[in-house]
Design a protein around this ligand. Structure first.
Ligand code: PMV
Length: 328
């Protein structure tokens, strides 16, 4: 019998219009739709094997057998086993080529790669839409790491309709997302927990009222490749989401000193004629979006800042896919 083993590669995505707050906890249905891009230079590679030889599930991430986050991974394997009517235990080995838990969305690429590898290993032949729905239940944003390029996650009332799909292909617009790693310190409050607090902010409702319009606007700016309108909108959107986080109960402050310095610096660069805009997720590391023609200069400028440890230059990439080389 051929081994029930597969390996997948996935890229984390960064949302330009973001998902913060859920309307359904069990199925991880977001309060609003969102738009993202997949990031080329950052990857999660995951090998999954199912076998009757394995007495329990074993999960290794970045060289360590995990126990803390293992439940969430096992629950996801259970969803896939239920669909495949399998009761086999699994060995999962996963590695990221970028820092985890610092705001770079390793759970998006993590659950996307796990979904693609595990469903394939169990011989389930899922469509892109079905993979996206499955990945979403592991980590909401993971559904957006399944399709290629510029991605939209639909706002829907039921699980079967809440999936992500490509809005524009990888080569639609050659923007660059430069990640500035300001610290590798792990966040105190995991995103999954933070999401549950969104509704406690007095600004949550106001944010929600504006979301559908923001989605329409960003689609237009992307379609027209209008960088200044695009940049103004994504930066304001990131600050809007963080305003909800900062005012939730208890409050969530994901920024560090370096993050704040960098936000101010990016705004200053704009006054000096350098078109660059930031977006930030749940962590201190910061994404800076620029047009390809300015990427080299921006990378150089970032590397000169004392509070930036490292930069990662991403173009817009394909989604998740299988590869032939296994990790074990
Ligand atoms: O999918 P989660 O639960 O990791 O939440 C993602 C939250 C943000 O990154 C802050 C926003 C987003 O849309 O990706």
């Amino acid at each position: 019998m051929t081994p029930m083993k597969a390996t997948a590669i996935a890229h984390p995505n960064v949302a330009l219009i973001k998902y913060w707050g859920r309307k359904d906890e069990k199925f991880r249905l977001p309060a609003n739709g969102s738009i993202s891009i997949n990031l080329s230079a950052m990857t999660t590679t995951t090998t999954v094997e199912f076998s009757k030889e394995f007495k329990t599930d074993e999960i290794q991430i970045n060289g360590e057998t995990i126990t803390k986050e293992a439940d969430r991974v096992i629950q996801h394997l259970d969803r896939i086993r239920t669909l495949a009517q399998s009761d086999l235990n699994a060995k999962v080995v996963s590695k990221n080529n970028f820092p985890s838990s610092t705001g770079l969305s390793s759970s998006s690429s993590g659950f996307a790669a796990l979904t693609v590898a595990a469903t394939h290993a169990l011989k389930l032949n899922l469509s892109e839409k079905e993979l996206s729905i499955m990945a979403r239940q592991g980590s909401g944003s993971a559904c957006r790491s399944i399709p290629d390029g510029w991605v939209k996650w639909n706002d829907a009332e039921i699980s079967e309709e809440s999936y992500a799909e490509s809005l524009f292909p990888v080569d639609h617009w050659d923007l660059v997302d430069i990640v500035a790693v300001v610290s590798t310190k792990k966040k105190d409050v995991p995103t999954s927990h933070g999401q549950k607090l969104a509704q406690t902010s007095p600004f949550f409702e106001a944010r929600q009222k504006a979301m559908a319009n923001k989605i329409t606007q960003i689609k237009n700016h992307i379609e027209e490749r209008n960088f200044s309108s695009f940049g103004e909108l994504i930066e304001a959107e990131a600050l809007n989401m963080h305003a909800v986080m900062i005012t939730s109960i208890p409050s969530l402050i994901y920024w560090s000193v370096g993050t704040l310095e960098l936000m101010k610096q990016v705004k200053k660069w704009r006054t000096e004629g350098i078109p660059a805009f930031f977006t930030i997720n749940t962590g201190q590391d910061t994404h800076i979006l620029v047009e390809e023609k300015n990427a080299q200069m921006l990378t150089q400028k970032l590397s000169e800042l004392s509070y930036v440890n490292n930069v990662i230059k991403n173009t817009i990439s394909e989604g998740s896919h299988l590869i032939e080389t296994h990790l074990f």
